[in-house]
Design a protein around this ligand. Structure first.
Ligand SMILES: [Zn+2]
Length: 323
C-alpha cells in the first residue's frame, strides 16, 4: 500500500561553536518522530524514538531552549542511532514517499547514517514532498516559507501538544498535508541533494507542469560544470526539442547563470543554472527551464546588460592587463 511518511527530526550541534564541530556531522540527530498516512491522508501509525548522542553530548543552549530536551533524558531514554534507524526503516515499509516540513531533514538523516556507516536504502534520486513548499504554492507565492507554527495557526490545528518535538511536529505536518488540495500540488516533488549523480547515466531531469529541472553529475570546478554540454543545453520540456539560444549563458550575480532560448512552438524559455556544492566538496549544476512571456524575456536581456555594466565597473576598479 502506498503511504506517506511524514517525518521530523531534532538535532543537536557542537556547544563549542562551528570550529569544534566534527567533520561531516555538523548536526547530530537525537530524536525521530514520524507519522504514516495512507492514500486518504489518514494516520495509520506513529514512530517515535530518542537517540543517545555519541558526538555532541552536551545540548547546545539554543537547542535545549527550543526543544526542552536534556542530556540526562537522552542518556537515560535514548538508544543507539544504528538500532533506531534500522527500526525506522523497517517501520517505513516498502512503498512510501517522505514528507517533511522544509528541505533539511532527509539530508541530515543521510549524513548521520553515513557517519555511522549505514548504507542508504533510499532510491536515487530521492524525491520527497516538502510540505512547507506545498503550503506556499497553495497559500502564498510559492517562494515564501512560513513556519510550521504559522500553518498550524492558519488551519486552527493548535492543541496542547508542544512545538519543536519530533513526533508533535511530524503530526502537525501530517495534519497540514491532509488539509492541502493535494491534487493541485501532487506534481511538485522536491529532490534531496545529499546524494547527487556520480555519472552521466545518473543525471536526471524532473518535469513539472510549469518548469523542468536537470541535475548534473559532480564536476571538479564551476568552470568545468559550465563547459559541459549536458549542463548548458536547453530542451523544451513541452516538446523536447533542443532549443537555440537567443541570449547565451551569462552570470548574474554570484549565485546563478541565466540564458534565454526560444521554442518555435512554445515561445521563449528562460534557463537558470545554479552551481551547488556536493557533500565531497565538488560542484554540481541544477538547471531549471521555464516557459515565459515576452515581457519576462525582455527582462532577461535587461539583466544581461546590467551584468555587463557591473562587470565593466568591477574591471575599472581593478584594471586587468589586456591579452
Ligand atoms: Zn516546445
Amino acid at each position: 500500500m502506498k503511504t506517506f511518511i511524514v517525518m521530523d527530526l531534532e538535532w543537536n550541534q557542537s556547544s563549542a561553536g562551528k570550529e569544534a564541530a566534527v567533520e561531516h556531522l555538523p548536526f547530530e540527530i537525537f530524536e525521530i518522530g514520524a507519522v504514516k498516512l495512507n492514500e486518504k491522508m489518514e494516520k495509520v501509525s506513529e514512530f517515535h524514538r530518542l537517540i543517545r548522542p555519541c558526538v555532541y553530548r552536551r545540548i547546545h543552549y539554543i537547542i535545549s531552549e527550543v526543544t526542552h530536551v536534556t542530556a540526562a533524558e537522552l542518556a537515560r531514554n535514548g538508544r543507539p542511532f544504528a538500532e533506531v534507524i534500522r527500526e525506522f526503516i523497517d517501520w517505513c515499509g516498502d512503498d512510501y514517499t517522505f514528507c517533511t516540513w522544509g528541505g533539511m531533514d532527509l539530508t541530515e538523516l543521510q549524513r548521520n547514517m553515513a557517519y555511522h556507516g549505514i548504507k542508504s536504502p533510499f532510491p536515487q534520486p530521492l524525491l520527497f514532498y516538502d510540505v512547507q513548499k506545498l503550503y506556499s504554492l497553495l497559500y502564498s507565492d510559492g517562494k515564501t516559507r512560513e513556519s510550521l507554527d504559522h500553518a498550524v495557526g492558519f488551519f486552527s490545528l493548535r492543541s496542547d501538544a508542544p512545538f519543536h518535538r519530533a513526533l508533535e511536529d511530524a503530526d502537525y505536518t501530517g495534519k497540514i498535508l491532509a488539509r492541502l488540495d493535494f491534487e493541485r500540488i501532487a506534481d511538485y516533488v522536491s529532490v534531496d541533494y545529499y546524494r547527487t549523480p556520480r555519472t552521466r547515466a545518473e543525471e536526471f531531469t524532473l518535469e513539472f507542469p510549469s518548469y523542468s529541472k536537470f541535475v548534473s553529475r559532480a564536476f571538479a570546478s564551476r568552470d568545468e560544470a559550465l563547459s559541459d554540454r549536458r549542463v548548458t543545453e536547453m530542451i523544451c520540456y513541452k516538446c523536447h526539442r533542443t532549443l537555440r539560444k537567443k541570449i547565451r549563458w551569462f552570470s548574474y550575480g554570484q549565485r546563478y547563470h541565466l540564458c534565454l532560448a526560444n521554442c518555435p512552438e512554445h515561445g521563449p524559455v528562460k534557463g537558470k543554472i545554479r552551481i551547488k556544492k556536493t557533500e565531497r566538496g565538488e560542484v554540481f549544476a541544477v538547471r531549471t527551464e521555464k516557459l515565459i512571456g515576452n515581457e519576462e524575456a525582455e527582462q532577461i536581456s535587461g539583466k544581461k546588460d546590467e551584468a555587463k555594466r557591473r562587470n565593466a565597473e568591477r574591471n575599472k576598479k581593478q584594471p586587468r592587463r589586456t591579452e
